[in-house]
Structures are given as C-alpha cells and as structure tokens.
Design a binder for this molecule. Structure first.
Ligand SMILES: [Cu+2]
Length: 637
C-alpha cells in the first residue's frame, strides 16, 4: 500500500503549489544540459490545479518511478494470516515467483521500484496530493530494450481537472517531479445536492459517521487504477510495471461491512477500521507477461496488432495462491494487460456475484457463472462466497478467453475446454488458486444488497450534440509534428471525417462546459475488438448496435471503457462538467493506442483561464513551452 501522510504542506518539500513549481535545477548533459524546472507540469495558469483553494490537499502520497529494487517497507494493510502467511517484515524481492530471479532495474520499472504493485486508498472529501518523482535513468537507452523514461500518470477514471489527468503530452523527465491533485469529488457537485444535505452523497468520517459532500450520489465511484500514459509508449511502460490500483471509499461503499446506518451497503471488507478494510476486499491486477531465458521481462516493440505474453500473473505474481476463509470476499479485478482480453469463471462452475463495472457499483448485482469478456483497463468487482466450500478444498479462477493474436480473443472456450489443457494459448486455464483454510473468527456480516447505486437520471438534461467515432486500421496522418504527431496503422475517424493517426496537438472534439452529448463508438471491422476508454466522465450505454435491448444486464451501470466487439457499435451518453482542460479518448488495447488510436478532446469554455482552443504543451527537460494546435477538426466545436 502507498503510505498516506496527512498534511502535504508540511510533509512535502517543497510544498505543493497551484501552478507548477518552476524553480530551476541543473539538467544532465545526456538530456541537453543547462537548467530546467524541478516540476515537469506545464507552467502557468492553464495547468494550475483547478480547485486547489476549494479542495486543498489533505493527504500527501509521495512516490517515485524507478527501477526494480527490494521492498523493505511492504505493508499489505492486513494481518499476515489474511495475506497467505506472507511475513511483511521480510524484504520483498522484485520477482514474479520465489523460484524466478529478481528483475533487474532496467527490466522492471514500478511505483517506488518495488513489488507488489501499489494500492492507493482514498475517500471522498479528502483531496490527495500525489507527488511523483521520476527517478528513471536519464539515458534513454538504459531501458532494458523497451519503455521510455518520460512518464505521465493517469488516474483512470478520475473526475479531476485535466492538469491531473496524466494527459499523454504532459510528460516529465528524469530528475523532475509532477504534482497530481486529486480532489475526489462527486460529479455534479456544482449543480446537484449543492448544499450537501443527502447522506448518500458522503464520505466515511473516521468514527462511524458520514461527512456529507455536494454532488450526485449516483456518481459515486469505487475501483480505479493509475498507470502511465506516455504518448506512444503507454503499452511498454505499463507492461514494465507502471500501474497500481486505487480504492475510493464513500458513504455507500465504506469498506466496513458492520456499520449499519441505512446508507452503507456493507459489502465484504472487514470491520477493524472505520473505512477501507482490506481483510475481505482484495485487488487483483491481471496481466500476461513474457520473460527471456534469464527470467527477465521482455516485450516485442514491433508487434502492432497487440502484444501478448505467454504467462499469466496476478498482482505480478506467477502461479499465485491465496488463502481464504469460509465467507464472502469482494475481488476488484483489473485487466492490466497490454492487449489480452480475459473471461473469468471458477473451476467448479459455481456462481459469482457481479457488483461493479469499471469501478461503478451496479444498480443491482448480477449473478453469473462466467463473467463477460473483460477488455484491457476494465474493472469487474465480484463477490465470491467461499462458505459453500469445506476447509482444505481448493477452487481456481480460470481464464476462458483464448487469443491467437492481439487483435481480439479468437474464441471463448467452455469451462471444460479451458480446463482440459488442450488450448494452444498458455494463458487459458487456471491462473489463481484459492485455498479454503479456515472458518472466519467472526461471523460474516457483509451483504450484497439487491439495490446498490441506481444510474444518474439524465432524462431532463437536453442533448446538445451527437458525435460519431470510427475505430479502424489503415488510418492516415495529416500532420508531421516531431513531438505531438505519430504514425501507425490504427486511427480514429470523427464525425464522418478520415480515420486519423494520433496527434495530441489536434483537437477532435470540444464539448461545451455543462452540456450533455451522445457519442457513438463504431468498430470499423470484424477482425478485431477495441476497448475504448473515454476519460473524465462516466458514461451510460444507451445502445449496442443501435438497440437498447442489446445491452447486457452487467453493462447497465456506468462505464468508462466500452468494448466495441467485432463490427459492433456502442452508443453512450455523458456530461461535461465540474472541471475543464484537455482529455483523451483512445483504444485501451495499449498497442493500438500507441500505434496511433488516440485522440484529444477538450472542455475549454468553462471560464477563465481557459482558452478556445487550448494551446498544446511541448515538454522538454529545460521546460515546457506551448504551441497552437496543429489541427482543429471542423466538427470539433
Ligand atoms: Cu484497439
């Protein structure tokens, strides 16, 4: 877990500032020499933290991005008995398995340079200042063959100002830091429940009660993750280990199963702390990896369909087991792969209760014996009741989705096919062993209520615009900027225009602040699937392939990643409110994203200091300059 340090203004040195800190420091010769700012955030008012005065940071999280090293401060947040007996005082090696070698500092780059991957804990009404130091090698050839030392961290799907969104072009250099300010507010705070009278719009107060906050309680979010978003290098950097998870606690989703106040949903978690108990609430980050004959992580940078690994990892552990008690557990499952889809079942075919999609609790739970395919970056929260098993029994999580290449799953196998070992895909089959070891010391008082979080009602909000985005290959590039423009087979066509390669200097859409729009995302072909991520606001799926009846029960909540399916389309609605700036829409098959299926959209008329359009940041080690957009699509505004 990442340490939560109260009061960033005394804990962090220098103290965080609303605008980027441009104090100068020497720049290494390999990065061009001279001097540059200590903070890599673009300078000036446009990239100042929005709401820095209204939401002053209360918690400081101070992290590095660096090469692999032993973890001497491992804190799982639970007793060793609930963590499969791991001794947290023993040094935790940067390795995928006890019988595999340590990863070298050029192969594995992670938050704080250590394993396991980090979990950030937050709650509404407690703004976080996340200071990230870039301690990667200044020489960009020192990367173990893949990855780049310039980084930008996206808090997926944070409802924050764009300066804190990890914009792909707002990257920073070795020797610099970047302050991300996460206000952690409910969407709609400026228009809904503005007097903060509804206890369902709230946060745990630390002593069993609720701090009421403005905003729409239907927009409460739970399971996020954070990861690198470097332009055209996201796949390599995330694969190297630049990813963690982020649990957000609220009045509804307290992380305490015992508090019975009529608001708390009492989902499986634990009771020791007021909020954020992890005893029975477990994050699982799935990712396929590959290593060389020396056991070091490897990646194929020339594979543009989508890189696939041949070994499954969970929280970067290979062949893991997890000891569980005979009771209910919540699992927050993240697909943290580059290009692989998963489809999860239990080895005995028994049911799982699907409670959250992309970090948003469902209107109602859905009982499933096989989850839907899970695209890259999607989060599925499920509850498994282990009380049906006997002590000494084992059950496994099984992957049913078989890949032949990185374009899409080639086949979803039946459970018996997946367990038979006949698949040519080594990532099919059992990948996580649960060992049922004992009865719980205290009775399981957790619940899965029949009603959780109904969708926000948008019916009275006029639809200002409809836009269409087509995702395909054979795209073209109309710009040639050495920093912002990239060429690749993949691209996005906007509102009937040509399919274009990514240029973070191009404005493809610019919804008006405070409006609602309907966007249709269309797959240009049947030979691939694309999990499309739209930053900043949660969407509701109105239709698949043009019909509301095609939307499955588990997609009837809010989402931030939309799998298009072969030849498919998804129609969604979303609002644009609370904060402004430049955001992104892209395929989260990160190989596709990097090659170059990504576009920039912006909310830029929310008031001073926003310009129409926003200037593009151009980072250098000596400082960030700004340039007018390379291109503005005719339908953007
Ligand atoms: Cu894609």
């Amino acid at each position: 877990m990442l340490p939560r340090n109260p009061n960033p203004f005394t804990f962090l040195n220098p103290a965080p500032t609303a605008q980027a800190n441009t104090t100068q420091q020497p720049v290494p010769a390999v990065l061009g020499g001279g001097t540059g700012p200590i903070e890599g955030r673009p300078p000036g008012p446009i990239w100042a933290h929005q709401g820095f005065t209204a939401f002053p940071p209360i918690i400081a999280i101070d992290v590095t991005q660096e090469g692999a090293k032993a973890n001497t401060v491992y804190n799982p947040g639970v007793p060793s008995s609930l963590n499969s007996g791991i001794d947290p005082t023993a040094s935790f090696h940067p390795r995928f398995h006890p019988n595999l070698p340590d990863q070298g500092p050029l192969a594995l780059w992670t938050f704080n340079g250590t394993l396991p991957p980090k979990l950030m804990i937050g709650r509404y009404a407690e703004p976080i200042l996340f200071r990230e130091h870039n301690k990667l090698p200044a020489d960009r050839t020192q990367n173990g063959g893949f990855g780049i030392h310039t980084i930008t961290t996206h808090e997926h799907n944070g409802h924050h100002g764009a300066e804190n969104d990890g914009f792909t072009g707002a990257f920073f250099f070795p020797g610099q830091f970047y302050d991300y300010h996460y206000p952690i507010v409910l969407a709609g705070r400026n228009s809904i429940n503005t007097a903060a009278t509804d206890p369902r719009a709230g946060s745990p107060n630390g002593s069993g009660g609720i701090i009421k906050v403005p905003g729409d309680w239907h927009e409460t979010m739970s399971t996020h993750w954070f990861h690198d978003h470097m332009f055209s290098f996201t796949s390599q950097n995330v694969y190297k280990g630049m990813a963690g998870m982020f649990n957000i606690y609220s009045a509804l989703d307290r992380g305490n199963e015992a508090i019975n106040d009529g608001v708390n949903l009492r989902l499986p978690s634990g009771t020791a702390n007021d909020f954020g108990n992890l005893d029975y609430d477990v994050n699982l980050m799935l990712a396929d990896k590959a290593w060389d004959s020396n056991g070091q992580l490897v990646f194929d940078i020339f594979q543009t369909d989508g890189f696939l690994g041949d070994v499954m990892t969970v929280n970067l552990a290979y062949r893991p087991f997890f000891e569980v008690e005979r009771r209910k557990y919540r699992f927050r499952i993240l697909n943290g792969a580059v290009a692989r889809f998963f489809k999860i079942a239990l080895s005995d075919g028994s049911p799982m209760i699907f409670i959250a999609n992309d970090g948003n609790l469902m209107p109602s739970p859905v009982v499933l014996t096989e989850l839907d395919e899970q695209g890259i970056a999607e989060r599925y929260d499920i509850v498994i009741d282990f009380s049906r098993y006997s002590i000494g029994q084992k059950v496994w999580m099984v992957n049913l989705a078989e890949h032949e290449d990185g374009k899409l799953p080639s086949k979803d196998l039946s459970l018996s096919e997946a367990l038979s070992g006949s698949s040519s895909d080594p990532c099919v089959g059992k990948f996580l062993e649960f060992r049922i070891v004992r009865d719980p010391a205290k009775p399981d008082v957790s619940q899965v209520p029949a009603v959780m979080i109904p969708n926000p009602d948008l019916s009275t909000i006029a639809v200002t615009r409809q836009r269409t985005f087509i995702f395909g290959d054979g795209a073209k590039q109309t710009t040639n900027d050495p920093v912002t423009s990239f060429r690749g087979p993949w691209g996005i066509g906007t509102d009937g225009g040509d399919q274009l390669d990514a240029d973070f200097g191009r404005v493809s859409a610019a919804p008006g602040f405070g409006t609602r729009e309907i966007w249709t995302l269309r797959n240009d072909g049947g030979g691939w699937d694309h999990p499309i991520h739209i930053h900043f606001e949660e969407g509701q799926i109105l239709a698949r392939n043009g019909s509301a009846s095609n939307v499955p029960a588990w997609e009837k909540g809010r989402k931030d990643v939309y799998r298009l399916r072969p030849d498919g389309s998804v129609t969604i609605t979303m609002q644009f409110r609370d904060f402004g700036g430049m955001f992104m829409e892209h395929c989260h098959n990160t190989t596709h994203e990097d090659n170059a299926m990504l576009l920039r959209w912006e909310i830029d008329n929310g008031g001073s200091p926003f310009l129409r359009p926003l200037p593009t940041p151009i980072p250098t080690p000596q400082g960030v300059t700004f340039r007018n957009p390379d291109d503005i699509l005719p339908t953007a505004f």
